[in-house]
Design a protein around this ligand. Structure first.
Ligand code: NI
Length: 253
């Protein structure tokens, strides 16, 4: 059984067939899905999906790209939603220096506020780090009680080892299957299996040979195969270990 630890099923890309896709997952070998939010609206949407499907869980939080124009009580709203029994993490939160609209200082402020909330609530976090590796690392270092996963990990093997030593997990999307993938395989080779997870980031990042298509959790076996190739393990073993890792991190029985 596979655990897709990061899929955005509230995305409009699924408006035509969301229920059909989600209902078909268990028979395709995907037994658990975690749906992270990006803004207050998607927090509510992720919770609704988690209420509708026993194998879907949610995370609530504000993505760095959505940090502009938040209402004054945004953090209280996130906290209130995090009390829902199917909310298992704060996310996705972090820094994104690729998109230029949101000032870095505001991104950092929103990230730090949510790390502090997660620490207080004893919830794991899902970190989005795009072209902000140095700042993300120094911020999470300042929260030694925080734990969680760097999703769609794109940093160096050296930073990966530092994060693992600090107790963090790393997860990989379809980019790990790309022919020109170099850094990802290096990172996977350098990090113990006990800290790795797989994810689709659906509807984005479809793996080879589905590149360019809308991505959904059925494709997550490809990420497990790619990790298995690097680690010299059968896909079933990668599926078992990454699922256990995700259940342990997010506190799912
Ligand atoms: Ni995402």
């Amino acid at each position: 059984m596979l655990f897709d630890t990061h899929a955005h099923y509230y995305d409009q890309a699924f408006d035509g067939d969301r229920d059909a896709v989600l209902a078909a997952l268990p028979e395709s070998g995907v037994g658990l899905v975690l749906c992270p939010a990006c803004d207050l609206e998607s927090c509510r949407a992720a919770i609704q999906l988690a209420e509708a499907y026993p194998y879907v869980y949610a995370a609530v939080g504000i993505h760095p790209e959505d940090a502009l124009g938040l209402p004054p009580d945004w953090l209280q709203q996130v906290e209130a939603m995090s009390r829902h029994p199917k909310v298992k993490a704060i996310g996705e939160i972090g820094l994104d220096y690729y998109w230029k609209e949101v000032p870095h200082d505001l991104q950092k402020e929103v990230f730090q506020a949510q790390l502090s909330l997660a620490q207080r609530l004893d919830l794991p976090v899902i970190v989005h780090d795009r072209e902000a590796h140095g700042d993300c690392l120094s911020i999470v270092r300042a929260f030694p009680g925080a734990r969680g996963v760097f999703h769609c990990y794109s940093g160096s093997a050296e930073d990966a080892k530092t994060l693992v030593a600090l107790g963090w997990h790393l997860s990989f999307t379809g980019t790990i299957t790309f022919k020109n993938a170099r850094k990802g395989p290096e990172v996977v080779a350098a990090v113990p299996m006990e800290r790795l997870m797989v994810e689709t980031d659906a509807p984005y990042m479809a793996p080879v040979p589905f590149r360019g298509k809308r991505c959904d959790s059925r494709y997550v076996y490809r990420m497990a195969e790619a990790i298995g190739d690097i680690k010299g393990l059968p896909v079933e073993e990668v599926a078992r270990i990454t699922t256990e890792n995700g259940k342990r991190l997010f506190g799912i029985d």
